[in-house]
Design a protein around this ligand. Structure first.
Ligand SMILES: [Zn+2]
Length: 104
């Protein structure tokens, strides 16, 4: 998993990963029973009960946890799904990036 520490890298990821706000697809759901992802905060969280802020194709989510870490996760598999952690960053960096990202 890529640990993103600077705003340029995060902005590049938001663009190249084709991430969109969750509101772009209100029916998007992370309800994958039994799946957990390994978070940037060092804990594991359950996909189905963790909030996500952004979505991306084909089945990608940016989860936000109670410890203020964001983690981009891709879920792969048709019959048996498995999460793949893509990147992580702190919420504060994300908030800075969204100000830039959202302004153009
Ligand atoms: Zn966490």
């Amino acid at each position: 998993m890529n640990k993103i520490n600077n705003i340029d890298e995060l902005l590049e990821e938001l663009v190249t990963g084709k991430w969109h706000p969750k509101s772009a697809n209100p029916i998007a759901s992370s309800n994958y029973p039994g799946l957990n992802y390994s978070c940037g905060c060092g804990s594991n969280h359950t996909l189905s009960i963790t909030d996500f802020l952004m979505i991306g194709p084909p089945a990608k989510f940016v989860f936000i946890c109670d410890n203020d870490y964001l983690t981009g996760v891709r879920v792969k598999g048709i019959f048996k799904q498995k999460p793949y952690e893509l990147w992580t960053c702190k919420k504060s960096l994300y908030l800075e990036a969204v100000e830039v990202f959202g302004s153009d």
